[in-house]
Write a protein that binds this ligand. Structure first.
Ligand code: SF4
Length: 225
């Protein structure tokens, strides 16, 4: 078991967990290799900060922060995520999990033990493009996680990173229709890709336009920059 799962800690953020002051714990490593991923160092790197150090950091932030975001990389790859989440909750912090949804069993365990307060679930692409973009064949597991969350009482959001050379209006509408059919009634966030020149797939700026007027009105859709 990796005893130093964290690549980095962002001590303070007002943006990553809606209405909360949160620290971000960046878990090193990810099972996907999304072409547009700009966290290349985190995904390809390994952690070097231990959970003990992270918990000591949090103890000094009691009363100053109210939440922790488990991000990465992919936090659910950490074998002992359940214990770590319980230790964070014991200190009185809420937890938001950012996830690609490929560890359905772990997420179910976290839900059953009431260790998570909010989830941001990436819907990477419709099935036809999922593996091409993520380089990982886990669309069915992702779908299981999506169904699990829709059937739970946990507040969560679904989001897609939009690079128009990878996804077009037709793909976004396929995602919206799938979410609608499954009974998702939250906000669907579409995050525009921003060009860092350092993505895993060395993606350049999008060359194709995206016509928002073509987005299917079945869900409440918000665009983020
Ligand atoms: S964008 Fe893809 S590769 Fe990057 S951290 Fe998220 S799931 Fe992993």
């Amino acid at each position: 078991m990796l005893s130093t799962p964290l690549y980095d800690i962002t001590p303070f953020s007002t943006l990553d967990y809606p209405d909360h002051l949160a620290a971000i714990f960046w878990f090193g490593g990810c099972n996907m290799r999304c072409d547009y991923c700009y966290n290349k160092d985190v995904v390809l790197g390994t952690g070097h900060i231990g959970t003990k150090e992270a918990l000591a950091f949090l103890k000094q932030r009691i009363g100053l922060l109210d939440a922790v975001v488990l991000s990465g990389g992919e936090a659910t790859l950490y074998n002992d995520i359940t214990t770590f989440a319980r230790q964070i909750k014991t200190l009185g912090f809420k937890i938001k999990l950012d996830t690609n949804g490929t560890a359905c069993d772990i997420i179910q365990e976290l839900l059953e033990q009431s260790l998570i307060d909010y989830i941001a679930l990436d819907y990477k692409a419709p099935e036809t493009k999922f593996t091409r973009i993520t380089h990982h064949k886990t669309f069915q597991t992702f779908q299981k996680t999506l169904t699990l969350l829709i059937g739970s009482n946990l507040p969560f959001e679904v989001r897609t990173t939009l690079h128009t050379d990878l996804l077009d209006e037709y793909d976004i509408n396929a995602i919206i229709e799938d979410l609608h059919v499954k009974g998702y009634n939250g906000i669907y966030y579409i995050q525009n890709f921003f060009d860092t020149h350092q993505t895993i797939g060395e993606m350049a700026s999008p060359t194709k336009p995206f016509d928002r007027r073509k987005v299917c009105p079945l869900l409440h859709v918000k665009f983020r920059h």
